[in-house]
Design a protein around this ligand. Structure first.
Ligand code: FES
Ligand SMILES: [Fe+2]
Length: 440
């Protein structure tokens, strides 16, 4: 029997074009457009608490460069290129001393700015040691984190201050390191692109499906002070979420309602701003605490094109807040690393969804829809950031004034109250979504 053309199957997998990703958006190495743009900003590289004076150095990778982080015996943090400038041994095997790090191979010692202060086996400990310089990067500490600047020295900006983390109360501290094994928020490497997760932060619809509908509620605290069911309702999420460009990045606003005693309904907004290039604020996703000063920021730091580390700082006096943040999402009542492969299939979470997008997601294979508005806005703004750097302009959110304090517009806010039977009295919904669904 022959088949006529009109009867052919359509949409099969055969003959698809070669998949590709947008290299301008997704590659971060030295000399790449996004890599150069990201090098104009300070990035967290370690937690202050775990970088102990005189202790063994830490090895890490940022924007495709292998680095060693240490704190000398006098307490000064330092970041140097891992490869020793003498003949290439790794300074990860070096010894941290009072005034620098000493290479294990021939004993050259470098201070936190890479100056060679001693060449152990050379006459007079190195008559020409000034000619040797270990490549290094500037470091500053704030909010319990150690930040590094890897860009052009003459364009080094101020290390930004954020109002969410400024002026801690007397009983507050910064929670910026975490002793739970397997918790990626430690700054442990995760083996997919930083954009898989940064884009995820602009994607509220995944919360209503992946974290609550697909295999059950995954956040701790349900039934006590957890978010009401309508927060997670996938049937209404499209009409409850707006996306907008802000002066600093992209923000989504997700409305939900909670009915109190006596039939009074309060309408809230759950707001998350992506503050370019890689910062975002995440309100407590378990406990509704409206109208409070935001207390936490995250930084998604690319290690290279295909891996990243997530850093955070929480200002607070409530260790439970940190617990909710670090282990607040469970799958089948377990942490992700405790699941069998079969459980991962039945109770998938962020690791399964974002990890399976691939080490770098494939732009050519996507079919974007209205729920991707935030992701699309974010990509466009990141590409504009790269354009600005190429054109010789300061990109977005570069701080030149040390007194400037940035505001990340994240939090849970009260929009209004109404009687349960008064459906007309909802707060205004501003449609800021027009014309942003086209792909990159
Ligand atoms: S390779 Fe480092 S001192 Fe020789
Ligand atoms: Fe998630």
């Amino acid at each position: 029997m022959t088949t006529t053309a009109s009867e052919f199957d359509t949409g099969t997998g055969y003959g698809r074009p070669k998949p590709s990703y947008n290299a301008r958006l997704r590659e971060v190495g030295p000399g790449t457009p996004m890599g150069e743009a990201l090098r104009r900003y300070w990035h967290p590289i370690a937690s202050s608490e775990t970088l102990v004076a005189g202790a063994l150095p830490q090895k890490t990778r940022v924007l495709g460069e292998d680095l060693v982080v240490f704190r000398d015996g006098q307490g000064n943090p330092g970041v140097v290129i891992e490869r020793c400038t003498h003949r290439g041994a790794s300074l990860f095997y070096g010894r941290v001393e009072d005034d620098g790090i000493r290479c294990c191979y021939h004993g050259w010692k470098f201070d936190v700015q890479g100056r060679c202060v001693e060449q152990a086996c050379e006459p007079a400990l190195g008559r020409r040691r000034d000619a040797a310089r270990q490549p290094w990067y500037p470091v500053e500490e704030r909010y319990g984190l150690v930040f590094v600047y890897m860009g052009p020295p003459e364009l080094k900006p101020e290390l930004p201050r954020y109002d969410a983390l400024e002026n801690p109360a007397e009983d507050e501290r910064y929670f910026a390191s975490w002793p739970v094994p397997h918790a990626a928020v430690l700054g442990m490497p995760t083996d997919f692109s930083w954009l898989n997760i940064y884009e995820n932060s602009a994607d509220p619809t995944h919360v209503t499906w992946l974290h609550s509908t697909h295999s059950g509620y995954q956040m701790l605290g349900t039934g006590t002070f957890g978010f009401p069911e309508n927060f997670y309702d996938p049937a209404t999420i499209a009409e409850r979420v707006t996306y907008e460009r802000t002066d600093h990045g992209v923000k989504y606003t997700q409305r939900f309602e909670a009915e109190g005693e006596g039939g009074e309904v309060t309408e809230y907004s759950f707001e998350v701003e992506q503050h370019l290039p890689n910062v975002f604020g995440l309100p407590d996703f378990v406990k509704v605490t409206p109208d409070a000063r935001h207390d936490q920021l995250l930084w998604v730091v690319p290690s290279d094109d295909t891996s990243h580390r997530l850093f955070f700082s929480i200002r607070g006096n409530d260790p439970e807040r940190m617990v909710r943040f670090v282990i607040g999402i469970t799958q089948n009542g377990k942490q992700n690393h405790e699941l069998t492969d079969e459980e991962r299939q039945k109770f998938p979470g962020d690791a399964e969804a974002q990890g399976s997008q691939g080490a770098i997601t494939l732009d050519s294979e996507e079919t974007l829809a209205t729920g991707d508005r935030g992701v699309v806005m974010l990509r466009r703004m990141l590409l504009t950031m790269a354009d600005d750097v190429e054109a010789g302009r300061d990109p977005i959110n570069i701080v030149r004034d040390p007194s400037q304090i940035l505001h990340v517009d994240s939090g849970i806010f009260t929009l209004g109250k109404r009687r349960a039977d008064d459906s007309d009295a909802k707060a205004d919904d501003t449609d800021t979504n027009a014309g942003v669904t086209a792909g990159i």
